[in-house]
Design a protein around this ligand. Structure first.
Ligand code: R5P
Length: 259
């Protein structure tokens, strides 16, 4: 790993714990004005001190995040379909490497669709992104999106995760599932879990805990933080799980104390 790559990775993974709390607010690129993200500045600013990195689009970064903020950025660089399209997540590259470098990104995120009709498009586009990113010391984060009709089980998610790693991803984001050790133990690179749809706080904290105990290097959580009844309390509770090995009960107690 060259110096630039190492430096960027250290701005994502806390060097003291080797783990990360990614705060994802990139939903607008395919979902529009998502509940809780109507004004990203208002949502994100109070939470930034507790997140290791912020995952978002270039438009959100430019318009909602003050450049003086001390946070690392994971730039969403794939798009092409919206929730109104039946081929949701048939994505291609939508942001150049030059733009990501200009906006001082610490990583670029791209969705691949293993098992979908158009998997070949997304896998080859991702591989090209890896080639270019490696040239500039830019980590790539592959998001293993899951199409309709595919089970989010360890068999499928370990296959998609391993393919992403073999194609050159430096970080893979996937979904938590039973027997998650199978996913983490067969990945050549750190795995983080996506938070998913909003669920009760205690359930989201339990999932985060189970993922970390099964070898995840962190969480990339959005809705379960910014749609919480108390986002500032929730981000701190998740942080305690990721960086301080808090149990779900301890983290939930923390949430209730802080909210
Ligand atoms: C999906 O690919 C997007 O990148 C989201 O940012 C990601 O799924 C994490 O957000 P959430 O925790 O709301 O699922």
């Amino acid at each position: 790993m060259n110096w630039g790559m190492k430096n960027r990775m250290s701005r994502i993974f806390n060097p003291e714990t080797g783990r990360t709390l990614m705060f994802a607010v990139d939903h607008g690129y395919f979902m529009g004005p998502t509940t809780g993200l109507e004004n990203i500045t208002e949502t994100v600013d109070p939470l930034l001190p507790y997140a290791d990195t912020l995952m978002l689009t270039r438009g959100a970064l430019r318009n909602y995040i003050a450049p003086e903020k001390d946070t690392s950025i994971i730039m969403r660089v794939s798009s092409g379909t919206s929730i109104l399209n039946k081929n949701l997540l048939h994505e291609g590259l939508s942001v150049s490497m030059e733009e990501s470098l200009r906006m001082n990104a610490s990583a670029v995120a791209f969705s691949i669709m293993v098992g979908a009709e158009f998997e070949r498009d997304t896998l080859l586009a991702f591989s090209q992104l890896v080639d270019e990113a490696e040239r500039y010391g830019m980590p790539t984060l592959a998001v293993t999106a899951v199409g309709k009709g595919l089970d989010r089980d360890a068999r499928y998610l370990s296959l998609a995760t391993r393919i992403a790693g073999e194609l050159g991803a430096r970080i893979v984001k996937t979904y938590y599932c039973d027997n998650f050790e199978r996913v983490t133990s067969t990945s050549p690179v750190p795995v983080v879990i996506a938070g998913g749809k909003k669920v009760p706080e205690q359930d989201a904290l339990t999932t985060a805990y189970n993922a970390i105990q099964a070898g995840a290097a962190g969480v990339d959580m959005g809705r379960n933080i910014f749609q919480s009844e108390s986002p500032v309390a929730m981000v701190q509770a998740v942080r305690a799980i990721v960086h301080a090995n808090a149990t779900p009960d301890e983290a939930f107690e923390m949430f209730n104390d802080l909210k």
